[in-house]
Each structure stands twice: as structure tokens, then as C-alpha cells.
Design a protein around this ligand. Structure first.
Ligand code: SAH
Ligand code: SF4
Length: 454
């Protein structure tokens, strides 16, 4: 039933603030959807909201500091509006022993909840009306059911295919806050994507901390490459992406599947973290530099136009200048289209936090800058090689930085801006690249609707 303007004016409003990875974004979408189920209407205006949800990240200290700053800022809004409810959710709250410290630091927060009990958010919301402040952080959840989303009509959607991680890289907090690997049954994933496509979605990104170990614990076991093949067949879906792949589980079958897939995008995010074998060993990454580079060579052999992206951690305990030089060398050898570079951050409870030979902050920062300079140059060269060529682009709508222009992404996930009619939004078109900017590409539409040409 349509909501009358009057009712809408009275409806309580919910604003959501998200920190962290795509999984955190997807969780935030679920929390928003659950609050709309409780009568709230989403708003982008935090200062006018009746409920503010902060979905948190704890992967690095810098993220945590930013979030604590944001939660602190919200206190003023609560002072102006005592009816305002503030909910802080997700990874930061889920950390062992974190809740008590957080509650002490931010007594103005009404609801605290971790990553494992998202589904209970509507109940917590109700409880806070009667009980005041509520907190619920359960140790681990083993369920994997579909979670609601705010708007199924979006062009691009994230779809969780699995939760948790079994890898325990020595620096990483994720397995401690997301639990062990749990895969969703393939049929449930396919049905969810079919439903999204029927609502207008054209691109899905399959999410997991290590998607290529998908299905190993299902009975019978199910292979990620088989799941990709099934998703590739869904009528009406233009594009399929996935993150994140762990190099140790990247099988030949998976590479062949991407090479032969129709809608499987030629983009693989393959975090290497470091280029030196001794650092990789101490990180517990379970592959060597040589193995990683041989995987890259095999990918490039089968998928010559692949766009590879990665994550690097700089200044891991014990990293010598020689170790770091090996990381720089990987940038030169692999030619990533893009890389995410991070300063190593001590996470309490992880083995690396108590390793000897922690690297001084000024050394870490100097190395990070050097790595970023090299990668910025490599990314620019990557984009310059695209100039003059034509690429398939899924049009997302007006560019945020230049609303006169449209924006979209290539199959390799490169961002392109171009002039065009807003009616092109949601369509696959061909765009010729005419200029490589420092972060984006500038293109010209070659012909209107690629699908009409087929
Ligand atoms: N599951 C994914 C990524 C998880 S976290 C994977 O294995 O690739 C995203 C990125 O954050 C990691 O790839 C890593 O580069 C970075 N990261 C994780 N823990 C970190 C830490 N303690 N300090 C700095 N960067 C970290
Ligand atoms: Fe963290 Fe390693 Fe698991 Fe990625 S694979 S989430 S880096 S423990």
C-alpha cells in the first residue's frame, strides 16, 4: 500500500554510516532493511535521523580511531535530541573483550551488537524502546541464511556466498570477529540472484573472505568454479564479479572457468600482501612468491586481458629493506591495474602483534610512500595502454565528481567517465578510451546499446 505524504512526514528516519569492506556494506544494508521493517524510513541526513546505525570495522587501528571519533561526534546530536537512538554494530563490537571498553567510552550509544546476530536487530530495536540500552554480542553463529536488503532494484548488488575465514593470517583479526567458514547452499544463492535480476539488478559481486574455498565444508562439497558457471547462466544478468580470492586456493579450473565464462568479468583481486618469502611465511599466507607469480603467469596466459588488483601490507614485523625491495619488485613484475596499500597495524590477539622486530612508524610510512609512488605510476601506465581501445561499459549513471557526465565500469573494473544521455543508465555500451586520467579514464560512446548490436 502506498504511504501517504502525511504518514511519511511523521515516519521515523534511519541513517546508516558504514566503515570497512564490502561485507560490512552488505551487513549495513541488512541492518537498514531490518529497521525499515520496524517502520523507519531511510535518510542520508544524519542530523535529522531518529536512529543512526554505525556499522564498524576493526581490520586496522586507523579505521577504529576514525570510527571512535565518529561515535564521539554523535553524542552532540543525542544531547540535542534525547529521543535519538544510536546503534553501533559489526566487527569492532565483536572483538573479544571489546564491548565493555566501548560501553564505557561511549555511554550515549543505545544498541551494541556484533557480526553474528545481525538478524536480531529488529528485536534489539524494540527492546531499546522499553528497556533503554541493550547489548548483544554472541560468540559465534553457524547459520548462513539470506539476509534482507534495503533495495533490490539496484543495478549492482553484493551477494554473500560464504561467511568467516579459516586462514588465520598472523596479522589479521577477521577470523576472530567473523568466525569459521560457512558456505551458503548453491541453490539458495542462485535463487537470490534470480530474484535480484527480476528486480533490475544487472551485476552481482559474490562476497566471501576467501571465495575460492567456497563449498569445501558443504555436504556434498561444492566447487566455487561450478558456482560461477551456474551464476553465469542466469538470464538477464550482465556481469559477475567476486571478492576475495586467496592465491593458495586459486585452482586451474577456476582460471579456465573465468576464461570461458560469458558474464564472468576479467578482473581478479588477488592479494599478495608481501613480496618476500620470509615475510609471507611469517604472515602464514601459505604460498611463496614464486607460486604467486606462477599463478599470475597462468592467469595471463588464459585470460590475456585480465585486470589484476591486490592488497599490500607494508612494515610487517621483521620486514628488512631487502624484504621490502621484493615487494616493490612484485609491483614491477605483475603490473597490477590497482593496489590497496596498508601500513601494518597491530591487532591485539593476533600472533603478529607480539612478534619481535616491530617496524618503527617512520620507516613504515617511508616504505608505504615509496610503494604508493611505484604503484601509482604502474596504474597510470596500465590506463595509458587502454587509450585508443574500445571496452564494454555498464553505465551506472551520473558521475559524482562531474554530474554532467555519465560513469560506468569496464569488465576489468576500471572507472570510465563519458558524455551521454542519462537514458543509457543500466545499459551495456561500448566506449572508446580517449584519455587516461590519474584515477579514471575518459571515453567516448562508440554506439548506443551494445546488446542491440549482438
Ligand atoms: N580476506 C581478504 C581480505 C581481508 S582484510 C584477503 O585475505 O585478502 C582486507 C585487507 O586488509 C587484507 O588483504 C590486508 O591487506 C589488510 N589487512 C588485514 N589485516 C591488517 C593489519 N593488521 N594491518 C594492515 N593491513 C591489514
Ligand atoms: Fe584475514 Fe587472511 Fe582470512 Fe583474508 S585470508 S580474512 S587476510 S585471515
Amino acid at each position: 500500500m502506498p504511504v501517504s505524504i502525511n504518514q511519511n512526514a511523521q515516519a521515523k528516519k534511519v541513517a546508516t554510516i558504514v566503515f570497512g569492506c564490502q561485507m560490512s556494506e552488505r551487513d549495513a544494508e541488512t541492518l537498514t532493511a531490518l529497521s525499515t521493517g520496524s517502520g523507519y524510513v531511510p535518510t542520508d541526513e544524519v542530523q535529522n535521523a531518529d536512529l543512526i546505525i554505525v556499522n564498524t570495522c576493526c581490520v586496522r587501528e586507523s579505521a577504529e580511531n576514525k570510527i571512535l571519533g565518529k561515535i564521539g561526534e554523535l553524542k552532540r546530536l543525542k544531547e540535542n535530541n534525547p529521543n535519538l537512538k544510536i546503534a553501533v554494530c559489526g566487527c569492532m563490537v565483536q572483538q573479544p573483550g571489546a564491548l565493555v571498553k566501548l560501553q564505557k567510552r561511549a555511554p550515549h550509544v543505545d544498541i551494541w551488537t556484533g557480526t553474528h546476530n545481525l538478524q536480531n536487530f529488529a528485536t534489539l530495536l524494540k527492546e531499546t524502546e522499553t528497556k533503554g540500552k541493550v547489548a548483544e554480542v554472541i560468540k559465534e553463529h553457524t547459520g548462513v541464511s539470506e539476509t534482507p536488503r534495503r533495495d533490490k532494484r539496484k543495478l549492482r548488488a553484493y551477494v554473500n556466498i560464504m561467511y568467516g575465514c579459516n586462514n588465520f593470517c598472523s596479522y589479521c583479526i577477521v577470523p576472530h570477529v567473523r568466525g569459521r567458514e560457512r558456505s551458503r547452499p548453491p541453490a539458495e544463492i542462485i535463487t537470490e540472484i534470480q530474484d535480484l535480476v527480476s528486480c533490475g539488478c544487472r551485476e552481482v559481486t559474490l562476497l566471501g573472505q576467501n571465495v575460492n574455498s567456497y563449498g569445501k565444508e558443504l555436504t556434498p562439497a561444492y566447487d566455487f568454479a561450478d558456482l560461477l558457471q551456474e551464476v553465469d547462466q542466469i538470464p538477464g544478468l550482465y556481469r559477475v564479479r567476486f571478492i576475495t580470492s586467496h592465491p593458495k586456493d586459486l585452482s586451474d579450473k577456476l582460471i579456465e572457468t573465468i576464461a570461458h565464462g560469458k558474464h564472468l568479468c576479467e578482473h581478479i583481486h588477488l592479494p599478495i600482501q608481501a613480496g618476500s618469502n620470509s615475510i609471507l611465511r611469517s604472515m602464514n599466507r601459505q604460498y611463496t612468491r614464486e607460486y604467486y607469480l606462477s599463478r599470475v603467469a597462468h592467469i595471463r596466459e588464459l585470460i590475456p586481458n585480465v585486470s589484476l588488483t591486490t592488497d599490500f601490507i607494508v612494515g610487517f614485523p621483521g620486514e628488512s629493506e631487502e624484504d621490502f625491495a621484493q615487494t616493490l619488485d612484485v609491483v614491477l613484475q605483475v603490473q597490477y591495474s590497482q593496489a590497496f596499500t596498508f601500513l601494518y597495524s597491530k591487532r591485539s590477539g593476533t600472533p603478529a602483534a607480539v612478534m619481535p622486530n616491530q617496524i618503527a612508524l617512520d620507516v613504515k610510512k617511508k616504505r608505504l610512500q615509496e610503494l604508493m609512488n611505484l604503484q601509482t605510476q604502474a596504474s597510470l601506465e596500465w590506463r595509458e595502454r587502454m587509450v585508443g581501445k574500445t571496452y564494454e561499459v555498464l553505465v551506472e549513471g551520473s558521475s559524482k565528481t562531474n554530474p554532467e557526465r555519465l560513469t560506468g565500469r569496464t569488465r576489468g573494473n576500471e572507472l570510465v567517465v563519458f558524455n551521454g544521455d542519462s537514458e543509457l543508465s543500466g545499459q551495456l555500451i561500448n566506449v572508446q578510451i580517449v584519455e587516461a586520467g590519474s584515477w579514471t579514464l575518459v571515453g567516448e560512446v562508440v554506439y548506443r546499446n551494445k546488446l542491440e548490436q549482438e
